[in-house]
Ligand binder design. Sequence first.
Ligand code: 5AD
Ligand code: SF4
Length: 457
Amino acid sequence: MKPFYYATMTFGCQMSESDAEHFAGQLEQLGGTRAASWEEADVVVMNTCCVRESAEKKIFGKIGELKKWKLDKPERILCITGCLAEKDGEKLLKRAPHIDLVLGTQQIPAFGSLLREFADNRLKRTITGEAVAAGDDCVDQAARRSDVTAWVPIMHGCNNFCTYCIVPYVRGREKSRPQSDILAEVRQAVQDGYKEIYLLGQNVNSYGKDRGEEQAFAALLAAVDQVAGVERIRFMTSHPRDMTEEVLRVIANGRHLSKQIHLPVQSGSTSMLKRMNRGYTREDYLALIAKVRQYLPTATLTTDIIVGFPGETEEEFADTMSLVREVQFDMSYIFLYSKRSGTPAAAFENQLPLEEKKRRFQALNGLQSEISLQLNRQMLGQLLPVLVEGPSKNDQRVLTGRTDGNKLVLWPDTGRHKVGDLAKIRITKAQTWLLKGQEADDDKPELYANDGAIQEH
Ligand code: 5AD
Ligand code: SF4
């Protein structure tokens, strides 16, 4: 292809971010340069999500916005990829004929070949389902967006079929990458200067099971921890049913494994969990949390919760409220149930009115905000290693970064630190969703009891 400018747009989860980096990598191998804005691009790849209706609405809005861009210069190429492309396929082209290519979630390795083919013959295509053979045009390698974090997918797909969730239908069955491939990617990322490795999968705790390996995730974590030069390792998402003590033990003994666990509970009610097909009870979940606390007493704990699942009674919702109160999550990502056609829950009776879902969201969000603020206040005065991510979007004189527990910290830039440094920050102000602090590199030596804090002697 002739040299060109490209833009990628991403909707949805970190896996979607990571996939977009793979599209970008192939675009660069084909001669593409990232455009300053999508308006200036010759090729736009929109990597989509369909987990909730709200995501779809946003995406359709954006596709509409791109109509003028495409019609102004018809030689431009608009490619829709990812989960919504997989789900709606041909329908997208019918609805928005200014789209050129619709490529489903399995087509990433072949993307470069398909794009080049389109540039040559200009034949609009929709390809979903099973992977088409990978072309030899480009090696599938990520062009990473962050200067600090390298997203590393360790597996694709999901076998769980939670009754509300569309993911298993659009991302297919679990397929783990070989450990050697993952380690090679991690080593390369470290060599390229990335400080944080984020291992990704819809259900990382079942890593390797599709290849008949048990405890493979714990082994993988331990192996990544051994990679020379690696600074911080995080992972998501864990399924409570598959989380093992071995994984907790490996984290507890790890050198660079962040003490941060994202453990989606979805509901605090056993009857709801059953209707959601989650495979654990409220008591199972609480017992698992007790284990997490036993192995990792200082860990940051976050969760996902759905409110207004079909038939959710007041009592069942009250169970969720009480579980949140009991566990004291650092943060809960709360979602209004969204009906996804084709999933079992879409056909369940007693779909709740939007107003009721919103009321429950407000109540739960209010509770979580109080807890988050309280927990953040406990961090006041602590001296913590913070990985510098860059200047704040709102104020260039302020730096942002994250603690080992993944809490966002803001502090005045003194010019001493650059992106990717581990700064020592004294926490001076606690807000609900973030912490503020001061650089404290010259602080007198102190000893902190907190495990996550810097120990100085
Ligand atoms: N409606 C609302 N939230 C959903 N999630 C998944 N499917 C749906 C749905 N149909 C949420 C779950 C999951 C997170 C990524 O998205 O909480 O953990
Ligand atoms: Fe969806 Fe459940 Fe799989 Fe998560 S574990 S992707 S919620 S089906």
